[in-house]
Design a protein. Structure first.
Length: 128
C-alpha cells in the first residue's frame, strides 16, 4: 500500500506544468500590447523543453520559460541585430514581453499579463 502511495506521489510530482501542456504549443501572432493594436508582425513559439522563440518586427529571438503554468518567467531575450523601419515597435514588444508574469491560454487566444495591468494578446496561428 505504501508503495502505491509513493508511486502516486512521484507521478504527481512529474506532472507537466509547462505552457505547452496547457495549450500554448504552436505559433502565436501578437495582436495587441496593453489593449492597443500592434501593427507590426511579431510571433512567439513555446517548445516543450521550455525554449521560447519567435519573430519580432525586425529580428528573430529566443529565450526560455522556467515557471509552471499559469506563471511565466522568461530569461534574457537574445535576438539577431538587423535594423529595419519597425525597430521601435520591436523594442516596445521586447520591453513588454520581458515584464510579463502570468499566462492564460483560452482557445485561440494567449494572454500574457502582469500585476501592473499590462498585457500582450496573441492569436493562434494556423498553418495553411
Amino acid at each position: 500500500m505504501r508503495f502505491l502511495a509513493l508511486l502516486l506521489l512521484i507521478s504527481a510530482c512529474e506532472r507537466d506544468e509547462s505552457l505547452t501542456a496547457y495549450g500554448a504549443a504552436g505559433t502565436w501572432d501578437l495582436q495587441e500590447i496593453n489593449g492597443q493594436p500592434f501593427d507590426a508582425p511579431a510571433s512567439i513559439v513555446f517548445a516543450e523543453d521550455g525554449q521560447v522563440k519567435g519573430e519580432a518586427p525586425c529580428n528573430s529571438y529566443s529565450t526560455y520559460q522556467s515557471a509552471p503554468y499559469p506563471w511565466i518567467e522568461l530569461g534574457p531575450i537574445l535576438s539577431t541585430k538587423r535594423a529595419c523601419a519597425d525597430l521601435s515597435a520591436e523594442q516596445d514588444y521586447f520591453a513588454a514581453l520581458g515584464k510579463m508574469s502570468l499566462a492564460e491560454v483560452s482557445g485561440e487566444l494567449l494572454i500574457l499579463s502582469n500585476d501592473e495591468d499590462e498585457s500582450l494578446l496573441f492569436r493562434k496561428q494556423h498553418d495553411g
